[in-house]
Unconditional design. Structure first.
Ligand SMILES: [Zn+2]
Length: 534
């Protein structure tokens, strides 16, 4: 058998353009405005229809027009004439502020809250240690739980950002959860500087949320705006747009069971996070050939987040760098630069990674091209292996390919035309099927273990191959453009392969990036160098 690599998974959907990091330098304005849109994963999704493929080599950085009928005031592109944020037609006009935060924040703080006026307009107040919440929505247990959620979130913000609880002792946020905006206006809860907004808005320690289609998404928005408030207060800034919104999305994505709050989750299923939709945004964009390189995400301008897509991509970038075991430390330390909202923030982040940025680019592509609920970033992370020329080594080489990990480097640098015999042996667990609890018993749910050999099990497929199939790829980290790990060949139990291009040889067992943790065992891969065609 002589197999040539086939591009079965293929680099569909990701633009091949390499953007030089220097291009990151765009004069972007930061602000505390945000316009978080709910996205449904269901067929009736309000998200944008698929647009025609963009053929330009470098994607336009100007956001597309939103489908939504109205744009909120907010940050204007520098080419647009500045508009004063005006909410009330007859109210005093407020000029754009030269400094983004101090003015509105100060005004919001001075705003007096008149308890009798609130009651007269049907606005109820729930007060917790960290959150005072005003709402015109009839109180239920979920709304009553929000101060507790916010208390717990504050503790987790402190842990995450390494800020001492003592330092935030007097930090308290006042949030309006709004059904009928007019009631809040008449009750005097909306500062004049508050522009029109569609979903959520943070002005210093004041948060404004419009009612959302799911309880999850209402909490999510509260935590999102809360993250902005926290960062602006304790880091004097929140970085450029991708970072500011990415961090807010990172920490706002949560699990709450009524007692325990966990921030910074990777939802395992869309039903955990109704109307969140960030995974769907990335998947849809990739399917529509609008996948983004990470450098492109970092170039979002101050107006990009008028489109919900920018939230999806900003979340993806923050999540990837934050959760990857090799990239996390540098990413988290970069919060030190949050006061810098210019493109320099991103340039210095890339520079800090240095040579490792090649790995960031490589694995980012795998991440977004294979985006899935529950994507296991840690198990998909590719461990460093010293690279050696295969031609200089003994012909016979043996590797253990772990079934519970993503791509694994052999460290063998192979060259075009090499012929290699591959033999793969061993059984491993590729899937555990959770059976329903049998009727009439209260015992543990039974799980059925699927074992596989390197040929795979054809009961289920992923990426066009049976689960468990041994896959091979060749990548050259330093190359520009798409990573070779997106061009995959199926080896199965073995055969002779001819190397189509120079690079390092990688193997993995075929599986969903969300289902690696349940796997167990290895494939033993024996290689034998047969020769080289010239
Ligand atoms: Zn935001």
């Amino acid at each position: 058998m002589n197999q040539r690599f086939q591009s079965a998974i293929g680099p569909r959907g990701l633009k091949g353009s390499l953007l030089v990091c220097v291009l990151l330098l765009l004069g972007v304005l930061a602000g505390c405005e945000s316009k978080e849109t709910a996205v449904s994963d269901h067929a009736s999704s309000p998200s944008s229809p698929v647009e025609a493929k963009d053929q330009s080599p470098n994607p336009p950085l100007v956001p597309r027009e939103s489908d939504e009928p109205q744009h909120s005031a907010g940050h204007q592109e520098s080419s647009s004439p500045p508009e004063p944020p005006s909410r009330q037609e007859d109210g005093p006009k407020v000029a754009p502020l030269p400094i983004q935060f101090q003015g509105p924040d100060a005004e919001a703080k001075q705003l007096q809250v008149d308890a009798e006026k609130l009651l007269a307009h049907g606005i109820r107040t729930i007060a917790g240690k960290r959150l005072i919440l005003h709402t015109d929505i009839p109180l239920d247990d979920e709304l009553r739980s929000l101060p507790e959620v916010f208390d717990k979130a504050t503790t987790q913000f402190c842990d995450y950002f390494d800020v001492e609880l003592q330092k935030v002792a007097d930090w308290q946020v006042r949030a309006c959860v709004i059904q009928d905006l007019e009631k809040f206006e008449r009750a005097g809860l909306l500062p004049q500087v508050l522009p029109k907004f569609q979903h959520g808005y943070a002005l210093g320690d004041r948060i404004f949320l419009k009612e959302q289609p799911s309880e999850y998404y209402r909490r999510h928005l509260l935590l999102h705006e809360g993250t902005h408030s926290f960062m602006l207060r304790f880091f004097q800034g929140a970085g450029p747009p991708w970072y500011m919104e990415g961090m807010a999305e990172l920490l706002a994505t949560h699990h709450w069971d009524g007692a325990k709050l966990t921030l910074n989750t990777f939802p395992a299923d869309k039903n955990e996070v109704p109307f969140w939709g960030r995974v769907k945004i990335v998947k849809d964009d990739v399917a529509a050939q609008k996948g983004k390189m990470i450098e492109e995400v970092m170039q979002y301008g101050s107006n990009a987040h008028l489109n919900v897509e920018a939230y999806g991509w900003s979340w993806a970038a923050a999540k990837f760098l934050d959760q990857h075991p090799q990239f996390q430390a540098i990413f988290r330390k970069h919060i030190e630069h949050a006061g810098d909202s210019s493109g320099q923030f991103s340039i210095s982040l890339v520079e800090t990674y240095g040579e490792e940025w090649f790995k960031v680019r490589q694995e980012w592509q795998l991440f977004v091209m294979n985006m899935e609920y529950g994507y296991d970033i840690a198990r998909e992370a590719i461990e460093d292996v010293e690279v050696q020329q295969y031609a200089d080594l003994p012909s016979e080489q043996t590797f253990q390919v772990h079934a519970d990990r993503g791509w694994q480097s052999t460290g063998l640098y192979v060259t075009q035309g090499m012929k290699i015999q591959v033999t793969a042996t061993g059984r491993f667990v590729i899937y555990r099927e959770q059976a329903d609890d049998p009727e009439g018993t209260e015992g543990q749910a039974q799980s059925t273990v699927w074992e596989s050999e390197a040929g795979g099990v054809s009961i289920r497929y992923h990426g066009g191959y049976p689960l468990g199939t041994l896959l091979v790829a060749i990548d050259n980290l330093q190359q520009t453009g798409l990573t070779g790990l997106l061009s995959t060949g199926a080896i199965g139990t073995g055969g002779d392969i001819e190397i189509p291009q120079d690079g390092v040889l990688y193997f993995r067992v075929n599986d969903s990036p969300a289902e690696l943790a349940e796997n167990q065992g290895n494939v033993e891969v024996k290689l034998s160098l047969l020769g080289q065609d010239q």
